[in-house]
Design a protein around this ligand. Structure first.
Ligand code: THU
Length: 136
């Protein structure tokens, strides 16, 4: 699967976005190291805080199916701009691998690739938790 094809999958997923409050449609498509694709869209809720972003929808679908080896995730929005993952999604992306390629796309032919270390520097991660003494 090429990055162009992955971006197309994200565009298809965007069509399922449920965003009646913001009107901001987002699609994501995640590629596993084995070549499987999981897609996601944003899903809003009248209780706004319950909203789930497209990226987390895709990641949670993959992880809940037993997939943890994520190669790349492509993200598209319904604006002319590159749509970057929000802070919460960056943390979730970090959870599943610091080498995931984050593809922000305006079209199949117009995209940029980032790493999570670049988008979430000096992050909190599992390695910090190992250092705790549990409050003793
Ligand atoms: N949203 C995403 O799905 N992904 C992002 O990276 C940024 C924001 C959604 C959440 C909400 O439904 C809408 O965009 C506006 O914030």
């Amino acid at each position: 699967m090429t990055y162009e094809e992955l971006i197309e999958k994200a565009m298809e997923a965007k069509q399922n976005a449920y965003a009646p409050y913001s009107g901001f449609l987002v699609g994501a498509a995640l590629l596993t190291k084995e070549g499987k694709v999981y897609t996601g869209c944003n899903i809003e809720c009248a209780s706004y805080g319950a909203t789930n972003c497209a990226e987390r929808t895709a990641i949670f679908k993959a992880v809940s199916e037993g997939e943890r080896n994520i190669e790349a995730i492509a993200i598209v929005g319904n604006s002319d701009e590159y749509i970057y993952p929000c802070g919460i999604c960056r943390q979730v992306i970090m959870e599943f691998g610091s080498r995931i390629k984050i593809i922000v796309a305006r079209s199949e032919h117009d995209f940029m690739i980032h790493t999570i270390n670049n988008l979430l520097p000096n992050s909190f991660s599992f390695s910090n938790l190992k250092k705790t003494d549990g409050g003793l």
